[in-house]
Design a protein around this ligand. Sequence first.
Ligand SMILES: Nc1ncnc2c1ncn2[C@@H]1O[C@H](COP(=O)(O)OP(=O)(O)OP(=O)(O)O)[C@@H](O)[C@H]1O
Ligand SMILES: Cc1ncsc1CCO
Ligand SMILES: [Mg+2]
Length: 517
Amino acid sequence: MKPTVNYSLYLVTSSTQVAPGSSLEKQVEEGIIGGVTLVQLREKDISTKLFLERAKNVLDICRKHGVPLLINDRVDIALAIGAEGVHIGQDDMDCKTVRKILGEDSIIGVSTNNIHEVDCAAADCADYVGIGSIYDTSTKNVKERIIGITGLRKILEHMSKMPRQLNSVAIAGLNDTNIQRVMYLSEVNGKRIDGIALVSAIMSSRTPCETAKNLRHMIESPPCFAQVHSNISTVPELAAQVGPLFAKTKDYTPLIHHLTNGVAKNFSANVTLAVNASPTMGESKEEVADFAKFAGSLVLNIGTVQDRETLIYASQVYNSLNRPIILDPVGVGATKFRTDAVSGLLNNAYFDIIKGNEGEIMCIAGEEGLMRGVDSISQHTISSRTSAVEKLALERRCVVTMSGPTDIISDGKSTYIIKNGTPLLGKITASGCSLGSVMGVAVSLCQEDKLLAAVSATLLYNIAGELAVIEKNPVVSHTAQGPGTFVPVFIDKLHFLVNQCMEGDYNWMNYARIEKL
Ligand SMILES: Nc1ncnc2c1ncn2[C@@H]1O[C@H](COP(=O)(O)OP(=O)(O)OP(=O)(O)O)[C@@H](O)[C@H]1O
Ligand SMILES: Cc1ncsc1CCO
Ligand SMILES: [Mg+2]
């Protein structure tokens, strides 16, 4: 009978990476005691004689603890010692032949990098596929084969529709800083990878047992930033929460850390202050961790980005502290540089809210999104825009906002359409960027419901914009005449509305034009 395999924490050995003073056998045994569920013996540069000897030793350890052992490449060694199976790469003996030699009851795994290779493995009756390389690794030269979370998801999406279900593990560059995110974001159509394969994280650990225990725990628990869906189900219920959300600024002034573009900085800082929060615009990598300790959220905007590594680093710091991040992928799709920057961010971090204009969100959702510079020139139908927003929210397990004359906001489960605002918001620069700042404020006041936060920010922002044009301002006695006068009146209005909230007056919400799909 085929042995049942728990793929969750899959240790691939490497004799060159063993922690100083330890041995391969010791790392394997300690790893298993800590929680390793499956072992693959991988030896590249030793004689067959030594390989066989080592395989026998490792098999003894695995048998003692009831963990299956697979042998890398060498079908003969697997047969000789009676291991549970083998793992083969694309350049090794083909899977069909291996199956013929080892028989039905053996476990056969194949390294794959794309859909075609997975299809071949399935056709050849493999039991599982190793999917990678997820990230770069020192164990192997994989530069050409890095697929990130985005590539992993594409393969899993395909696998979820295959008639015969294969097991799968992700491999390469995985460790305690990224496995929870990879597991979490790998979920497609209700299914995700069965486990994480790793080498150096355990082989090089001076405390392999504790390391394995920690890794296993991480694999089995969701990351701290895991999405919680809003339990608000109707528009009236939601509308009743918007004013009280901003009223919280009476007792708490959130610090909103921005890594934003040079054009938006001043306006976004003023908008943040207008809604009674405190902006900080710090871009140095060296100060990210210090800001993160106190910040209510991070607004990450790629508008004039140069240093992509700092953006990734900052995102990871905020993720690890469970501080929400608003990603504004300004101009993604317009240049290769920006598209690569966004794909690097999405592959290496989690974003609580992704906010962009039509062209930007269409582009990240994998649809045709037209960007010329930072302005959207896309004109899709409302239904195709809505599907793209919902698709992206489901894919990235977050809240997605597509701004424009009509704003579409979804967490993948509930979707709202907002028709407030004024065309003048499209006639001033950085209005989208500064909407991101208000979302940063809202989400720091209401981290438990990020959909409510995104919707509340959009309503406040767009109703303030509307009132700046149609209604006399009780603070300064004029109405905006055009884009130039709009900016100060708009900031006054924002401030006025939030102050009304602090006094318990939520009447401005009567202007809301919002529907739920
Ligand atoms: N024609 C319009 N009518 C009503 N509201 C609008 C209109 N255009 C934009 N808005 C509002 O302006 C805000 C910014 O949206 P927009 O789509 O212009 O962002 P953006 O292109 O990312 O902005 P930027 O890049 O200039 O920062 C949103 O709140 C949106 O609802
Ligand atoms: C105009 C402009 N260019 C880069 S960022 C930015 C601000 C609006 O997105
Ligand atoms: Mg714009």
